[in-house]
Design a protein around this ligand. Structure first.
Ligand SMILES: [Zn+2]
Length: 311
């Protein structure tokens, strides 16, 4: 088996955001996941640091009026409540850097076969509005940028975060170059669902066995109907049974199996895979980080002869 040093894309800015006390968003998880990777055997040559995108790049995906409202902090209070973060320069810079990270991850996946972004998955951002902690849709921005450079690529966005990728679905609803697929909790945010090209809604308390069967079916269908040249994979861990917003009953071993299944599928079909860590909401940060770390473990199983140390 050919050994690949799986590229890990990370910026210290990801955990640098001042939020009100007890804010729902686990801003520390990015730094802690990076620490986990270093502690468990990630090597120096795996790390890549992204640059922030320009507002011009972002304007390929989002409406200029919305972007100028973001930059000038001129949106009304209810729009900011829907996003869930207080406005700051720091927030904008972090958001542009994270979008740059997803683009860099996608570029590295095209050359190396696989890459993992230690942020990303802001899939509730629409063309001219944000919601659910999402201002800019990094997945859509990366697709649009990559398509400028490689116009013939067939891209699948495979979103397994527990929340439906509604922003990504609407951004590509009239664009058949990108196939959007979302496997998500049926009775969960966003309560008004968009239409992805393929939606797999799951009942509350769905178990590992049902979940993995649904995933296998979805991957078979993607292979049969699309045969993508690139997969953007949102590996949100809010499917976890310990997640505070998820409502599914997926174990830690189930998360590992999900990630392993997707990565093996990509490798088997020689399809470049760019993964983002997506959502995950627990006050217990070590447990949350351990859930996100399953993606890193799976990447070593599939792409590298070495293994990350367990624990
Ligand atoms: Zn989510």
């Amino acid at each position: 088996m050919k050994k690949v040093d799986v590229p890990f894309i990370y910026s210290p800015l990801y955990s640098e955001l001042d939020l009100p006390p007890r804010h729902r968003y686990p801003i520390e998880k990015y730094r802690l996941l990076k620490d986990w990777a270093v502690k468990h055997g990630a090597t120096n040559n795996q790390w890549h640091q992204p640059e922030p995108l320009s507002w011009e790049q972002v304007a390929r995906t989002h409406c200029p009026g919305y972007l100028s409202q973001l930059r000038q902090n001129s949106m009304d209070k209810s729009s900011w409540r829907r996003i869930g973060f207080p406005w700051s320069e720091q927030l904008l810079y972090r958001t542009l850097t994270s979008a740059g990270g997803t683009l860099l991850t996608t570029e590295l996946a095209l050359t190396k076969g696989v890459a993992i972004h230690f942020s990303g998955g802001y899939h509730h951002a629409h063309k001219d509005w944000g919601s659910g902690f999402c201002l800019l849709n990094d997945l859509a921005i990366a697709c649009n940028e990559i398509l400028v450079r490689h116009p013939k690529l067939k891209i699948v966005v495979l979103d397994t975060d527990v929340h439906q990728g509604d922003g990504t679905a609407t951004l590509f609803e009239n664009d058949n170059r990108v196939f959007t697929c979302s496997i998500h909790g049926e009775r969960n945010f966003p309560f008004s669902k968009a239409s992805s090209n393929l939606d797999i809604p799951l009942a509350k308390h769905t178990s590992d066995k049902e979940y993995l069967a649904a995933l296998e079916n979805t991957l078979e269908r993607i292979n049969r109907e699309i045969k993508p040249d690139l997969i953007l994979y949102d590996a949100g861990v809010d499917i976890y049974q310990r997640d505070e917003l998820g409502h599914l009953n997926i174990s830690l071993a189930g998360i590992f199996q999900r990630d392993l299944t997707v990565l093996r599928f990509a490798k088997r079909h020689k399809t470049p895979l760019a993964a983002v860590i997506g959502g995950g909401y627990q006050r217990n940060l070590p447990r949350l980080v351990r859930a996100h770390a399953q993606l890193l473990r799976a990447s070593y199983y599939v792409y590298t002869e070495n293994k990350l140390t367990e624990g």
